[in-house]
Design a protein around this ligand. Structure first.
Ligand code: GDP
Ligand code: MG
Length: 441
């Protein structure tokens, strides 16, 4: 998406507010991007409509391009839609034994997800969990759950041939109560497609179990079909949330947006592989980044908007290009780092700056060190800051003492300023297309 928008906005050099034409051009691209990410058409349309009204006339932060600004607005709206409000991120498992019903099509990852969640409850919340497979059509499926149960150290309900799903559900409830389990999870049978028989069976099980959570497991690679599946299950069975599996693959995340928008039900977890630990709580930021395909730029724009004092940055830029870098410059850099959440985080977001971030880390660039360095600079006089080369030994002692530090710390700071000044000189010589200038844009 960033490439597309880049194309649209390359021709735009003016800054200020976003015009209707700017937004309309960008929104055409956003729409295509959403559809490419498997967002369903009605959802994409509605989304674009919402974003258009928000973007038109919005002010453009000086440090970013209009294209980036639109991406930011799109991104924020994505998060809002994906996240919903006041949703639980933990499973509701009060009043033991709490029933959890797992539903979904065959092959969606139900059985695997059941075991993964059971392991999570056992490991993280120290819960006693009982698993039961209701997949009477496929003996192998029941076997599969038993094997996974053994593997993760969670009990499974003994298999009794000839029982139907409702009978198994009843027995599971009984066993969970008698056995003092905190949670029992019912792994229902799935079919390749939604049909009456499947829905009738799931409804009957639901009525017996009265589940605290009904989680719909959906294959994240199915794209647009996911919306139909989610709608059906939500209408016929009522779901409390969705687990999106196979997000370790190249699923584009659009299904999450569609399902959330259409059913109003939260995505609760994402499956990230076949291993029993490969499950995570749903993170709207990650999926939004995935839909946009450019999380890093969005993060940078966000931070830029929050804290960058643009005029100051531009003024400094000019100084840097001349190779000027004194203690005042160092101080404002350090202060900005504090505001932006540390040097590493900033550099790691900028293209090509990864190596410098590592060096900074090695040099002990944590928040405390930065604060101490600022304190040292603060105890210098104005003249000294502008021209730190003039510092004599006696002044160094006084400055260090004034900041409650050792002279060796001050020497380190001076060395750093010198190195930065040298670097600035080199970068300045690189001229217009220089790395720093690009990174600051
Ligand atoms: P069910 O028919 O809905 O019970 O589906 P299963 O749990 O048996 O899963 C079907 C296949 O998908 C198995 O081979 C699983 O290992 C695999 N699977 C499940 N979840 C994930 C996931 O998040 N990522 C990947 N890569 N594979 C998964
Ligand atoms: Mg299964």
């Amino acid at each position: 998406l960033s490439d597309r928008l880049g194309g649209v906005f390359d021709r735009l050099t003016k800054q200020g507010a976003l015009s209707e034409d700017d937004v309309a051009a960008a929104m055409r691209e956003v729409r295509v991007a959403l559809l490419e990410a498997d967002v369903s058409l009605p959802v994409a349309r509605q989304f674009v409509k919402t974003v258009t009204s928000k973007a038109t006339g919005a002010a453009v932060t000086k440090s970013v391009t209009p294209g980036q600004q639109v991406v930011k607005i799109v991104h924020d709206e994505l998060i809002k839609t994906l996240q919903g409000e006041g949703e639980p991120d933990a499973l509701r498992i009060d009043s033991p034994p709490a029933p959890i019903l797992m539903v979904g099509l065959q092959g969606s990852g139900k059985t695997t997800t059941t075991a993964k969640l059971a392991k999570r409850l056992k490991d993280r919340e120290k819960k006693r969990v009982l698993l039961a497979s209701l997949d009477t059509n496929r003996p192998a499926a029941m076997e599969q759950l038993a094997i996974l149960g053994t593997q993760i150290g969670v009990d499974t309900l003994p298999i009794v041939p000839g029982e139907n799903a409702v009978q198994i559900a009843k027995r599971a409830k009984q066993q969970a109560t008698l056995g003092g389990y905190d949670v029992y999870m019912l792994d229902t049978a799935g079919r390749l497609h939604i049909d009456e028989v499947l829905m009738d069976e799931v409804q009957a099980v639901r009525d017996v179990a009265n589940p605290r959570e009904t989680l719909l497991v959906v294959d994240g690679l199915t794209g647009q079909d996911a919306v139909n599946v989610a709608t059906e299950f939500n209408e016929k069975v009522g779901i409390s949330g969705v687990v999106l599996t196979r997000m370790d693959g190249d699923g584009r995340g659009g299904a999450a947006l569609s399902m959330r928008a259409v059913t109003g039900k939260p995505i609760r977890f994402v499956g990230l592989g076949e291993k029993m630990d490969a499950i995570e709580v749903f993170d709207a930021h990650r999926i939004a980044g995935r839909i946009l395909g450019m999380g890093d730029i969005v993060a940078l724009v966000e931070k830029a908007q929050e804290v960058l004092e643009v005029e100051q940055a531009e003024r400094m830029m000019k100084r840097f290009q001349k190779g000027l870098f004194n203690m005042n410059d160092l101080k404002s850099q350090l202060e900005q780092m504090m505001k932006m959440g540390g040097m590493q985080s900033i550099m790691s977001m900028m293209p090509g700056m990864g190596k410098m971030a590592k060096q900074a880390e090695a040099a002990g660039f944590d928040d405390k060190a930065i604060r101490q360095q600022i304190a040292l600079i603060n105890s210098m006089t104005k003249k000294e800051r502008a021209n730190p080369d003039m510092l004599q030994a006696s002044r160094k002692k006084r400055i260090a003492a004034g900041a409650g530090m050792e002279v060796s710390e001050l020497n380190k700071l001076l060395k750093m300023q010198k190195q930065m000044a040298d670097t600035m000189k080199k970068i300045g010589k690189m001229g217009k297309g220089g790395m720093l200038k690009q990174a600051m844009r």
